[in-house]
Design a protein around this ligand. Structure first.
Ligand code: NAD
Ligand code: MG
Length: 421
C-alpha cells in the first residue's frame, strides 16, 4: 500500500485501528453502495472513516451505522436535524453543509472513494487532491468541469488518482502504469509513443436500436432502463444519449494525458470488453469483465493488489460472441457535441457539463423531451462561447463558469417549455 502524503503530513497512521481507512463521498448512491458491498465482504481489510450524501439522512445514517463510520455528512443543511436524530446514541459524528463535506473529504485516510454525482463533487474532491489523498475517482464530472486544474492540483499535492469508471479502470489495467502517482505521469511519454489509439466501449444504451422518432418520444422511464448496468438516474440518462461516452472521452483525455485525436469510441452491446489500447506493432490489448461495477471498484480499492469481488465470472464460451459497431452520431448527437468540446478545450467542457446537468434534470422531471438535452447543451455552448470561454484556473473560476452556463441552460429550458406548450 502506498502511503498518501496526508498521512505522513499528519504524523499518524490512518491504519492504527485496523485495516485501511476509507472515506466514501456519495455513500448513498449506486457507486457508494457497491463500494460498501465490496468492503463489507472483507472484514478487517477496511475501516470506514467518513461517509456523505446529499440529503438522504436516514439512508446515510443506516450506512454509517452498518459500516461503523466515525463521521456522516449531509451536503444539504436542511437534512442535518434528521441526520443528528438518526445517529443519536451511536457515537457517530453528524455534520452538514459544504464546509463539512470538504472536512469529510480531507480527513486523513488511506483511500477516498469520490462518488458524488455531478460538478457538486468538484470542491471536496479537489480539496482532497490538494492534500495528496489517494482518490478512487468515480465522479467523472470533476474532470469534465475542471480536468486541467484537477490533474495539476493532484500532481502538485502528490495525490494518487485511481479511476473507478469501468472503461478507465480497463485502460488503467491495460496501460499498467508502475505508478498512478502524480507528479509521475500515469503514462511516461516513451510508453505513450508506442500507443496508437485508446478506445473505450459504449453499450449503446437502451435506445441503441431505436429510430430517431422513437427516441424523441422516450420518457425518463425508458431512458433510465439501461440494458447492462444499474446506475444512478443522471448517468443512466447520459448513457442513453451517449453523452456519458463523451464525458468519458474527456475523462480519459485528462487522466491519461492522451490527445483527443488518439481517443476513440466503439459500441459494444454486451459490455464485456470495457476498453482497449492499440499499439504501433499492431497489438491490441483489452480488459474484459462482466458488467458489474464491483470489479473496477475492487480494483481501485486493492490497487496495486487485487482483492476479491463477488461478481459473476466471465464465461466466453457461454457468451458465444461479442459484437461491435460504430456509434451513430446522427441519432446520438450528444457524443459529437462532447467531442467538439474536448477538442475546443479552454473551458468548453465546463460549459458542456453544466448545461448537460441542467438539461438532464429538466428531462428527468419531464419538462423537456429527450432530444432537447443535446439541443440545449449545444445552444448553451454556442452562447457562452460567444462571450469568450477561458480555461478555469481555480475552483472559483470553474464554479463561476459552471454557474454562467447553468443560468443560460435554465433560460433555454424555460424557452423550450414555452414553445412546446
Ligand atoms: P447516484 O445518483 O446513485 O449517487 C450520487 C451520490 O451523490 C448520492 O450519494 C447523493 O446523495 C450524492 N449527491 C448528489 N448530489 C449531491 C450534492 N449536490 N452534494 C453532495 N452530494 C450529492 O450516482 P452514481 O450512479 O453512484 O454515480 C456517482 C458518480 O459515479 C457519477 O459521477 C457517475 O458518473 C459515476 N459513475 C457511476 C457509475 C455507476 O455504475 N453508477 C459508473 C461509472 C461512473
Ligand atoms: Mg463508464
Amino acid at each position: 500500500m502506498t502511503l498518501s502524503r496526508s498521512q505522513s503530513a499528519h504524523g499518524q497512521s490512518a491504519q492504527s485501528r485496523s485495516g485501511q481507512s476509507l472515506s466514501i463521498l456519495g455513500a448513498t448512491g449506486s457507486i457508494g453502495r457497491n463500494t460498501i458491498d465490496v468492503v463489507s465482504r472483507l472484514p478487517g481489510r477496511f475501516r470506514v472513516e467518513a461517509v456523505s450524501a446529499n440529503r438522504d439522512a436516514e439512508g446515510l445514517a443506516q450506512i454509517a451505522i452498518e459500516a461503523g463510520a466515525r463521521l456522516a455528512v449531509v451536503a444539504d443543511p436542511d437534512a442535518y436535524a434528521a441526520l443528528k436524530a438518526a445517529l443519536s446514541g451511536t457515537g457517530i459524528e453528524a455534520a452538514a453543509g459544504q464546509a463539512a463535506l470538504v472536512e469529510a473529504a480531507t480527513r486523513p485516510v488511506d483511500r477516498l472513494m469520490a462518488a458524488i454525482v455531478g460538478a457538486a463533487g468538484l470542491a471536496p474532491t479537489l480539496a482532497a487532491a490538494a492534500r495528496g489523498t489517494t482518490i478512487l475517482l468515480a465522479n467523472k464530472e470533476c474532470l469534465v468541469t475542471a480536468g486541467t486544474l484537477f490533474m495539476a492540483t493532484a500532481r502538485a499535492g502528490g495525490a494518487t488518482i485511481l479511476p473507478v469508471d469501468s472503461e478507465h479502470s480497463a485502460l488503467f489495467q491495460v496501460l499498467n502504469p508502475v505508478q498512478a502517482l502524480n507528479p509521475v505521469q500515469v503514462l511516461d511519454p516513451d510508453r505513450l509513443k508506442a500507443v496508437e489509439t485508446v478506445t473505450i466501449t459504449a453499450s449503446g444504451g437502451p435506445f441503441r436500436t431505436w429510430s430517431a422518432e422513437q427516441i424523441a418520444e422516450a420518457g425518463p422511464r425508458e431512458a433510465v432502463r439501461h440494458p447492462n448496468w444499474a446506475m444512478g438516474a443522471k448517468i443512466s440518462v447520459d448513457s442513453a444519449g451517449l453523452m456519458n461516452k463523451g464525458l468519458e472521452l474527456i475523462e480519459a483525455h485528462h487522466l491519461f494525458a492522451i490527445a483527443p485525436e488518439r481517443l476513440a469510441v466503439v459500441v459494444h452491446p454486451e459490455s464485456i470488453v470495457h476498453g482497449f489500447v492499440s499499439y504501433r506493432d499492431g497489438s491490441v490489448i483489452a480488459q474484459l469483465a462482466e458488467p458489474d461495477m464491483r470489479t473496477p471498484i475492487a480494483y481501485s480499492l486493492g490497487w496495486p493488489d487485487r482483492i476479491p469481488a463477488p461478481t459473476k465470472r466471465l464465461d466466453l464460451a457461454e457468451l458465444g460472441r461479442l459484437t461491435f459497431e460504430t456509434p451513430d452520431l446522427r441519432r446520438f448527437p450528444a457524443l459529437g457535441i462532447a467531442i467538439a468540446a474536448m477538442e475546443a478545450g479552454n473551458g468548453a467542457t465546463t460549459v458542456l457539463n453544466a448545461a448537460n446537468e441542467i438539461s438532464v434534470e429538466a428531462f428527468l422531471s419531464e419538462r423537456i423531451r429527450f432530444p432537447d438535452i443535446a439541443k440545449i447543451v449545444e445552444n448553451v455552448m454556442d452562447r457562452v462561447a460567444r462571450t469568450g470561454i477561458g480555461e478555469p484556473a481555480s475552483l472559483d473560476e470553474a464554479l463561476e463558469l459552471d454557474r454562467t452556463a447553468r443560468d443560460v441552460a435554465r433560460a433555454l429550458v424555460g424557452e423550450h417549455i414555452a414553445t412546446a406548450g
